[in-house]
Design a protein around this ligand. Structure first.
Ligand code: FES
Ligand SMILES: [Fe+2]
Length: 388
């Protein structure tokens, strides 16, 4: 008989130490029931990064996103307040805004022309005279929680719960502020990343569960010498450190500058590579004056989109070639990770694999990830059973 979803989740024992721990069952990565539950729990209860503040600086500027299947619109009002709303028309549910980003005077639904102002209030309903018991003021776009941190915009689907800072945790916020490579700038303004500017976005599609990508990221550099020859040549792998906090993991490696003259070495300079992971699905990778974020989005139980946003200190035309060379190195690393993640997904589907063990030296980040996931899934399951 097929095990129940509760059995699959409870099979994982979060109380084991890293030395004793097993990975979650392979079915966490292949069973659509788990994928559904994750959307309602992990992705609905966490603060999710949807964009960066430069996209929405002035009144009317907006960005759209898709969060756990929910269309989201982030827009700066005429009153300069940044708001998040569901991008779902109150008439017959069409997306009101269809572009990924832009600037608007007001928000006109493309379906029947209902129009909302920049604050989400419904201001125009063509050919709607005579409709009884209809209160226009009660039919604005539905708000969603929104907050900013370090120049990124975050949204949370479920109401209540921790605010963004509580969710990120004081330990992460403090750790981020201590980054020497970021604080050494001439004028670190409100955000420590103030000196870096967005340059380009690239999306990658993988045939694997989103957690395979996260696990791969969190293996403490275990795979680096085996999979990433180019990267291994510039990182001092033996000095790799792994720090886990409440909701985050920081993997860090000294950069062995001058070790080689490779293409990788030319664009990965500085003292340390810092790889932050924020539960559940955001990575922030910082090398001196280069940064990229990776947002890992489930697109089905065995499909994942990873959105890379690249940031550089200098985004002028003169720096363009150098920045593109840096992205090319990142793409090479990414293609190596895609291949291994897809191989893992095939293995997770095999009858020969159920679960595995973790390296004490390397895999503390994965252990944290699995325990946080387990807690969210158990809580979501209990809520679901309580409402049936
Ligand atoms: S669905 Fe938007 S106006 Fe009809
Ligand atoms: Fe990798």
């Amino acid at each position: 008989m097929r095990p129940s979803i509760r059995e699959l989740i409870e099979y994982y024992n979060p109380n084991l130490s890293l030395a004793q721990a097993f990975t979650p069952l392979a079915s966490w990565y292949t069973d659509p029931r788990i994928a559904q539950l994750e959307l309602r729990t992990v992705f609905s209860r966490s603060w999710q990064m949807v964009g960066y503040i430069d996209q929405v600086l002035s009144p009317g500027q907006y960005l759209t996103s898709d969060l756990a299947g929910e269309p989201i619109l982030v827009i700066r009002g005429r009153d300069s307040v940044l708001r998040g709303v569901f991008n779902v028309c109150r008439h017959h549910a069409a997306a009101v805004v269809t572009e990924r980003e832009g600037k608007a005077e007001n928000l006109r639904c493309p379906y029947h022309g209902w129009t909302y102002d920049l604050e989400g209030k419904l201001i125009l309903t063509p050919e709607f005279a005579g409709v009884t018991n209809f209160d226009r003021s009660a039919n604005g776009l539905v708000p969603v929680q929104i907050a900013e941190w370090q120049g990124w915009v975050f949204v949370k689907l479920d109401g209540g719960g921790p605010n963004l800072k509580e969710f990120l945790g004081g330990d992460l916020i403090e750790r981020f502020e201590r980054l020497p490579s970021i604080n050494s700038g001439p004028e670190p303004a409100e955000g420590n990343l103030e000196r870096l500017f967005w340059f380009e976005r690239r999306s990658y599609f993988l045939n694997c569960n989103w957690k395979v990508f996260v696990d791969n990221y969190l293996d403490g550099g275990y795979h680096v010498p085996h999979i990433h020859g180019g990267l291994a040549s510039v990182l001092d792998y033996s000095q790799y450190t792994i720090e886990t906090g409440e909701h985050f993991c920081l993997q860090s490696s000294p950069i062995a500058s001058g070790k080689t003259e490779s293409q990788t070495a030319a664009v990965r300079k500085g003292e340390r590579a810092n790889y932050f992971w924020l539960y559940p699905n955001l990575m922030i990778n910082i090398y001196d004056e280069v940064m990229d974020t990776n947002l890992v989005i489930p697109r089905g139980v065995d499909k994942t989109e990873v959105i890379f946003d690249y940031y550089f200190a200098d985004t002028s035309d003169q720096a363009r070639e150098k920045n593109l060379a840096s992205i090319a190195v990142s793409e090479q690393i990414q293609s190596e990770d895609v291949a291994i993640c897809e191989s893992v997904q095939r293995g997770l589907n095999s009858r020969a694999y159920n679960s595995g063990r973790l390296s004490v030296r390397r895999e503390a980040g994965e252990h944290l990830f699995h325990r946080l996931l387990h807690a969210d899934l158990i809580a979501g399951l209990s809520d679901q059973e309580a409402t049936v």
